[in-house]
Design a protein around this ligand. Structure first.
Ligand code: NAD
Ligand SMILES: N/C(=C\C=C\C=O)C(=O)O
Length: 487
């Protein structure tokens, strides 16, 4: 919808209707630095309206059979798929990611999220045990929890939002979703498809705006008993504080400082391009991106030379360029934050081998004020450096040598996060051994980001609380009850 000054103007989606808001936020095109969209700056009032709509829709939706809900999810998947190109264009413009990534990863995965949970909801079984000596049979039943708050970040906007909406509504809950205020467009576009898919009014409500205003109103609302949050660790802490008085059910998917552990017997022809991708895909703005690369000393020099050559080939371009490997970072503030790590690394005596401050960006005049940065490789950096400890969440990766298996496991685990890791080796025994010892919710060996949605996804330590996936999401979005029958 065109709004003020011909710019796109979004509206909240509450109770099946698009509703304007009394104030709006500017949203920027990361590739130009220009405002191109206005996003509702919702607060308590909009959350109240959404809670009312979600409460009214709950009895009807939760009493439908899984089969009926599954059909609605399948229809929504079909409709999203029919709009794939339009959604991919919008996601790329709004987030700064390349059109190729939006077309091949973000939007297809959003479609798949609905298809996947439409199917998995049909296959859950409950438990039953017997105590014959007491004449008892015990069994469990599960029921949707109620109104779910779903809060998502800006890096994979529709991908991560639908990863929450699909299991929540498949299980019979009604939801109030709050996408990131930086990337709200594709969530708003999806709302236009809900009625046609057969989603009843009030089952999916979307309130747009900032974390401190609408996010806090949502997570502290007494009638919202569960919160599924993906974002940063400091925000998770705040959500835990606000929800503590109500003992809410929480799922928290947070940041990472993910290691790649590369042994001397790794297949470098596969490892190098994959590790370039795992470091720089989506501008390094994926919580699963590699940011610490440990390389066994005997192959360190060769690896570094080939890795830097490959990183220099990773093309930074405007998001609409189908040949670009990397687009713009999300915001000016984020770009400055990422750059500040390079500055700190230099001050600590580290070497920047390529990228920021070393090579030159080549952008069209219209994009000079966009939030672009080159893939950057840091070396000669100590494990205690902030570049090796803190989540940078940008196209920056550190490469360091190691000598032994025991040493590298200890060093890889020496951070507060524990989300994802990769291990590269041709020795199958070592691969299993190291994968088992890494403190990490996900370990990819000789590959990266191959997702199996059935299995648990989530992090250890400060990377999160809880897991998502077919069974895990079902358990999170339902309450279980144990019933004992004396016969
Ligand atoms: N583990 C995962 O699956 C995963 C996936 C993607 C991103 N992430 C993490 O997300 C972070 C980047 O995303 P971000 O910058 O959008 O994170 P963020 O924590 O700033 O924001 C995430 C969401 O929370 C909202 N929010 C912010 N403050 C809030 C508050 N006080 N109360 C309620 N809601 C609030 C934001 O508006 C946004 O919608 C990184 O740390 C990244 O690793 C984790
Ligand atoms: N939740 C998933 C990915 C998260 C990526 C973070 O940036 C997923 O693949 O299901």
């Amino acid at each position: 919808m065109a709004g003020r000054g011909g710019l796109l103007m979004l509206e909240n989606f509450i109770g099946g209707k698009f509703l304007p808001c009394s104030s709006y936020l500017d949203s920027y095109d990361p590739s130009t630095g220009e405002v191109y969209c206005h996003v509702p700056n919702s607060g308590k009032e909009e959350v109240e309206a959404a809670v009312e709509a979600a409460r009214a829709a709950f009895p009807g939706w939760s009493s439908r059979s899984p089969q009926e809900r599954s059909q609605v999810l399948q229809r929504l998947a079909d409709l999203l798929e029919q709009s794939l190109e339009e959604l991919a264009q919008a996601e790329s413009k709004d987030q700064g990611k390349t059109i190729t990534l939006a077309r091949t990863m973000d939007i297809p995965r959003a479609v798949h999220n609905f298809r996947f949970f439409a199917s998995s909801i049909l296959h859950h079984t409950s438990e039953c045990t017997q105590m014959d000596h007491l004449g008892c049979l015990h069994y469990t039943v599960r029921a949707p929890v109620g109104i779910a708050a779903l809060i998502s970040p800006w890096n994979l906007p529709l991908y991560l939002l639908t990863w929450k909406i699909a299991p929540a509504i498949a299980a019979g809950n009604t939801v109030i979703a709050k996408p990131s205020e930086l990337t709200s467009v594709t969530a708003w576009m999806m709302c236009r498809l809900l009625e046609k898919a057969g989603v009843p009014p009030g089952v999916v409500n979307i309130v747009f705006g900032t974390g401190p205003r609408v996010g806090e109103a949502l997570v502290s609302h007494p009638e919202v008993p569960l919160i599924s949050f993906t974002g940063s660790q400091p925000t998770a802490e705040r959500i835990m504080q606000l929800s503590a008085p109500h003992c809410k059910k929480l799922s928290l998917e947070l940041g990472g400082k993910n290691p790649a552990v590369i042994f001397e017997d790794a297949n470098l022809a596969e490892c190098i391009p994959t590790t370039v991708r795992s470091s720089f895909a989506n501008q390094g703005e994926i919580c699963l991106c590699t940011s610490r690369i440990f390389v066994q000393r005997s192959i360190y020099s060769e690896f570094l030379k080939r890795f830097v050559e490959a990183a220099r080939m990773w093309k930074v371009g405007i998001p609409s360029d189908p040949s670009a490997d990397m687009g713009a970072l999300i915001s000016k503030a984020h770009l400055e934050k990422v750059r500040s790590y390079i500055k700190k690394a230099r001050m600590e005596g580290a070497q920047i081998l390529c990228g920021e401050g070393v090579d030159k960006l080549n952008l069209p005049p219209r994009n000079q004020a966009g939030y672009f940065m080159l893939p950057t490789v840091i070396t000669d950096v100590k494990d205690e450096s902030c570049c090796m400890k803190e989540e940078i969440f940008g196209p920056v990766t550190c490469v360091v040598p190691f000598d032994s298996e025991e040493e590298v496991i200890q060093r890889a685990n020496n951070v507060k996060y524990g989300l994802a890791a990769t291990v590269w080796s041709g020795n199958v025994g070592r691969v299993h051994r190291v994968a088992k010892k890494l403190q990490s919710g996900l370990v990819w060996t000789n590959c990266w980001l191959i997702r199996e949605l059935n299995l648990p996804f989530g992090g250890m330590k400060s990377s999160g609380v809880g897991r998502e996936g077919a069974k895990d999401s079902y358990e999170f979005f339902t309450e279980v009850k144990t019933i004992t029958v004396k016969h």
